[in-house]
Design a protein around this ligand. Structure first.
Ligand code: HEM
Ligand code: CU
Length: 573
């Protein structure tokens, strides 16, 4: 489909701006591995301290880049499948809010006014403006969604009998989940944290804020992942030369995510005393259930790849794997998708360990956790973002991709780097290596009394992996920005590779109607969160908290303050 100038500008901004910030995200990621391996033994480098860097890393990579991508990919999906541009008011307002919100957050993080990590747990405190910036980014993404709904309604009138395309269903599922999930975090940020950080209120109920955050935080991880799933179902079969094995399975998987993603957030709180055992047990079971749509995806996508391999002439049980377009620069997207899927096998399995209430006690807050999620968010999520960003930039700008062979090789390099990084973090985690810790200042510094020799191998493996990821990202940036600064030589268009379905399947009405699924989603959320809220109010209450990011000392000196206060010159033995 041809494209208007202003829609084109919006899409290109939405690709270019987060990719530029991602340079900072990657830089800080590599630095973290150097600190953790003890190569750096100081608090800060170039004025950026470990936690400031880790905050930038988490916020830019996991919130900014992923949200921009979900929106831009959604725009292109609507353009390609519905052959319409969303209303101008929606895509323009949405992009402006997202850009402004992001810039506010980035400036604050660079100035050191926001270093409470991407989870902004109270009592860590950011500048009040940070909560405003993050809210603008999120609200901006909603507005894009509202525009798509209007476009879809128009399309439906003109095409009353056509099935809703899978990619459109997937995008709608993802953003419905996103809107439901952002309500608690908006309440947390704007009603609780902002007034508290501005000094208008003094008391804060920490367990309540954490519960509200994770009501959002878990669906957030699926919000990162579902665009990748959309690409696996609707694009990958085409670029590998086959067909989608089952359209109904794809629809079913997305709808299951809609009902199961939101209620499972409490699984991030297995170690918190305010949640009762029954609640934790229930959430553990629900979390196992949410692995079902992921298994369905693995089998359906696997079967689609087998179809592709056989179409390319493979015979026998397994040699279809070797007939796929590995390292094929004409099909460079294949590399991004398959490397993401390979990482995801291990990302998913390690996630089941986290979900197991008992095993979680072993890995909680250790390097295991970032080890696990780099195989998801820095695996399929990021690789699909990288592959599709350059693909969409090329189509929407009409510019040819520069350095195609580099673009082709990047995902394989990233795969090896991420596998090493995650292996190091997880192995260290099993030996108690803590996450969110500048290890170089103590545990991995041989001259420090807390030096721990058992963490030398794990942190070194992590560092080697991290440097390889950094190198892969650098190569990608060179190719992406050379392409972006090139001349446009072709007609700009909004289009995607579109996979056909292998079988003509009987339409199942339940898979074509989102309403019952939204109802069940809200029901399950209530069943989980009403008891959770009761737990929170039974065991905790708002208390005065005046912590500073750099100190464990609560500055409030009241008689009922039970926090142990350690004075500055008292040594911890
Ligand atoms: C060059 C590539 C990367 C490297 C070397 C890297 C390295 C790391 C390391 C070592 C940590 C743990 C730090 C700690 O707990 O003390 C971490 C945390 C994290 N990374 Fe990455 N990472 C990379 C890419 C990514 C990408 C692409 C994403 C997401 C799209 C991502 C998202 C995160 C998040 C959300 C955290 C947790 C932050 C927190 O605990 O507050 N990383 N990364
Ligand atoms: Cu989760």
């Amino acid at each position: 489909m041809n494209i208007s100038k202003s829609f084109q500008r919006t899409i290109l901004t939405g690709l270019f701006m987060p990719m530029s910030l991602f340079i900072l995200g990657v830089y800080n990621g590599v630095m973290q591995t150097l600190y953790r391996a003890g190569v750096l033994q100081q608090e800060a480098v170039a004025g950026i301290n470990y936690y400031q860097g880790l905050t930038m890393h988490g916020v830019i990579n996991a919130i900014v880049l992923t949200t921009f991508f979900a929106v831009v990919f959604g725009h292109v999906i609507m353009g390609h499948y519905l052959k319409k541009e969303p209303p101008k008011w929606s895509y323009k307002t949405s992009m402006i809010l997202m850009v402004v919100g992001t810039l506010i957050d980035v400036v604050l993080m660079i100035m050191g006014k926001a270093q409470a990590l991407y989870t902004f747990y109270a009592p860590l405190k950011n500048s009040p403006l940070f909560y405003v910036g993050t809210s603008l980014l999120i609200i901006g993404s909603w507005i894009a969604f509202f525009g798509w709904i209007a476009t879809y309604k128009e399309w439906r009138k003109e095409n009353p009998d056509t099935k809703m395309p899978i990619a459109v269903l997937a995008t709608f599922v993802n953003f419905t989940m996103w809107v439901i999930a952002s309500i608690p975090v908006a309440y947390e940020s704007l009603i609780i944290l902002l007034p508290w950080s501005a000094g208008w209120t003094e008391d804060i109920n920490v367990p309540l804020t954490r519960m509200l955050f994770w009501m959002f935080g878990h669906p957030l991880v699926y919000f990162w992942l579902l665009p990748a799933y959309t690409a696996f179902y609707t694009i990958l079969p085409k670029v590998s030369g086959g067909k989608l094995y089952s359209g109904n399975a794809a629809r079913m998987a997305f709808l299951l995510f809609l009902i199961l993603s939101t209620p499972v957030g409490v699984h991030h709180q297995f170690s918190e005393p305010v949640m009762e055992q029954g609640t934790k047990m229930w959430v553990s079971i629900l979390t196992f259930a949410v692995s079902i749509p992921s298994f369905m995806t693995a089998f359906t996508v696997g079967a689609s790849l087998e179809v592709a391999g056989r179409k390319r002439g493979a015979k026998g049980l397994l040699n279809w794997m070797t007939h796929l377009p590995w390292f094929d620069s004409k099909n460079y997207l294949f590399g991004y998708f398959i490397c993401g899927l390979l990482l995801f096998i291990f990302g998913g399995l390690s996630g089941i360990v986290n979900a197991s209430y008992a095993l979680n006690q072993m890995v909680h807050n250790t390097g295991w956790v970032p080890g696990h999620f780099h195989m998801t968010v820095a695996g399929p999520t990021l690789l699909v973002i990288l592959g599709m960003s350059i693909y969409m930039y090329r189509k929407v700008s009409g510019k040819k991709i520069k350095m195609l062979s580099i673009v082709t090789i990047v995902p394989y390099l990233w795969l090896i780097g991420t596998a090493l990084l995650s292996h190091g973090l997880m192995a260290g985690g099993l030996m108690g290596e803590p996450r969110r810790t500048n290890l170089g200042m103590s545990y991995t510094n041989p001259s420090h009394e807390l030096f721990n020799q058992y963490w030398v191998n794990s942190t070194t493996t992590t560092m080697i992996g991290g440097i390889m990821m950094g190198l892969a990202a650098l190569l990608y940036f060179i190719a992406f920005f050379s392409t972006a600064f090139g001349k446009s030589t072709e007609q700009a268009s909004v289009e995607l590779p579109e996979a056909e379905e292998l079988h003509e399947e009987k339409p199942i009405p339940l898979l074509h109607n989102m309403k019952p699924w939204i109802f069940v989603s809200i029901l399950l959320t209530l069943i989980t969160y009403v008891p959770s809220l009761k737990n929170v109010f039974k065991y905790s209450e708002p208390v005065k908290n005046k912590f500073e990011a750099v100190s464990p000392v609560n500055k409030i000196e009241s008689s009922n303050n039970t926090n142990q206060i350690i004075s500055k010159d008292e040594k911890i033995e």
